[in-house]
Design a protein around this ligand. Structure first.
Ligand code: FES
Length: 148
């Protein structure tokens, strides 16, 4: 499973592939929003533009799902590395800075450290089914006592 490294908070959080980045941050009790977003946000619809994160390192260029059309429109005057957390799904391990609009310079050392430290592999191979516990699958329409 991928790890999301929240740089500002100094936390690595394991999550399943496909996890929404906003929901992950909120579930972990992390402060995703600046003042404006705390006062009111859209709840993850991509309309309030307050859930910024900056991708500071990623396992591959597809660690998060590609920018959505909403992000293309709403982030056109923001750095390429910024995302709306509510629009991004985690695919592989990634390091992000929450609230990059606030005090980014003070986070320079933490960002550099996060970039130096290798992110763990994101995708794990699917486990092989255990033949001892795997159920036998009956062909459709055939009952156990049916005579063939
Ligand atoms: S929560 Fe409103 S744009 Fe992401």
């Amino acid at each position: 499973m991928p790890i999301v490294r929240f740089v500002r908070e100094g936390r690595d959080v394991l999550c399943p592939v496909g996890t929404n980045l906003r929901e992950l941050a909120l579930a972990e009790g992390l402060e995703l929003y600046g003042l404006k977003g705390r006062l009111g946000n859209c709840g993850g619809c991509g309309q309030c533009i307050t859930c910024f994160v900056e991708v500071v390192a990623e396992r591959s260029s597809s660690a998060l799902t590609p920018r959505t059309p909403v992000e293309d429109q709403k982030l056109r005057r923001r750095p390429e590395s910024w995302r709306l957390a509510c629009q991004a799904l985690v695919q592989e391990s990634v390091a992000v800075l929450t609230r990059p609009q606030n005090g980014r310079d003070a986070q320079a050392a933490a960002i550099a450290a996060a970039q130096q430290e290798q992110l763990p592999e994101g995708r794990m191979p699917e486990p092989e089914p255990d033949p001892e516990t795997a159920e036998e699958i009956e062909p459709a329409g055939v009952e156990e006592n049916d005579e063939l």
